[in-house]
Design a protein around this ligand. Sequence first.
Ligand SMILES: Nc1ncnc2c1ncn2[C@@H]1O[C@H](COP(=O)(O)OP(=O)(O)OP(=O)(O)O)[C@@H](O)[C@H]1O
Length: 342
Amino acid sequence: MALVALRNVTKTYPAPGASGDPIIAIDDVTLEVEAGDVYGIIGYSGAGKSTLVRLVNALEPATSGSIEVDGREITTMPERELRAIRLGIGMIFQQFNLFNSKTVWANIAYPLTVAGASKAEIAARVTELLDFVGLADKAKSYPDQLSGGQKQRVGIARALATSPRLLLADEATSALDPDTTQEVLALLKRVNREFGVTIIVITHEMDVIQSIATKVAVMDGGRVIEHGDVFEVFSDPQNPSSQRFVATVVKGVPSPAELDVLRERHEGRIVTISFRDGDASQASVFLELANAGLEFELVYGGINDIQGRAFGHLTLAIRGSDAAIERALATIAARVDVTEVP
Ligand SMILES: Nc1ncnc2c1ncn2[C@@H]1O[C@H](COP(=O)(O)OP(=O)(O)OP(=O)(O)O)[C@@H](O)[C@H]1O
């Protein structure tokens, strides 16, 4: 079942000056996030990611279209009912947004206090969450005494306090170093698996999506230009803008400048062969080339692992008669993607 369903959602802001066209922050977006998903939303700055989060969280109204959260239409809901919806949605932020004057304990307790929980309920839940995020010994510390990763773990504990079904993470790891990022991502994975919380991850970092998301939507200019299973989008992106994103993290695809160098250094025809798991094995491709009497060398390549599924790109310099190369490539192309560099 879709936990979040957006249909033809548009959000415009008035033009900054007295005249001019309104700013279209979200442009006719239709998207479904299933319960249990870790759904990544990626795009360059200004693509509309944060606006989308504010709409799902009902912090701002959509200009048009429909947004359902947990089966309930929120675009027409009165503010009183929206408050209850917001309690079912946790949020974590790039800058953590903790109360610096409150202890770690009080930060995590805060949403429970607002929700009117009893002292005993608060104590039990905060203790459980401190254990879960591995910060039991920091209960009395203040945010300023914590590292960035620890602050975000407090942010996650606070977001989970009211046991939400949905967690929105807006650039939650963008202020962290790579090791700490991985720690926080591992914790988010546990939040998804152990508590069954659906997570929407907004990021401009493709490697964040690669490590934890099961689905991904790529946004550009307020529109969703491509979406689907992370493996499908990463291994075979269709849209030029998604291809640019994917190229930043996918190993084995030479850049145009690297191709120039390869062409200078290696004689023969330069061909990239792209494998996806389940496709023909690399060995069968090499065998085909060898059986055709062709000489070849591997000049560039890499294999990627997306949550246990592999895909990769191998660039070969192939030498031999044109006719033999054509025949071999035609046979190989029936099984895997073959791209010849002109
Ligand atoms: N309150 C607002 N008033 C006017 N324009 C806005 C407002 N909020 C966002 N915008 C505009 O809407 C567009 C989308 O912005 P948004 O912040 O959602 O993008 P983003 O993908 O989250 O970017 P970033 O990664 O930089 O946060 C931008 O053109 C932005 O200037």
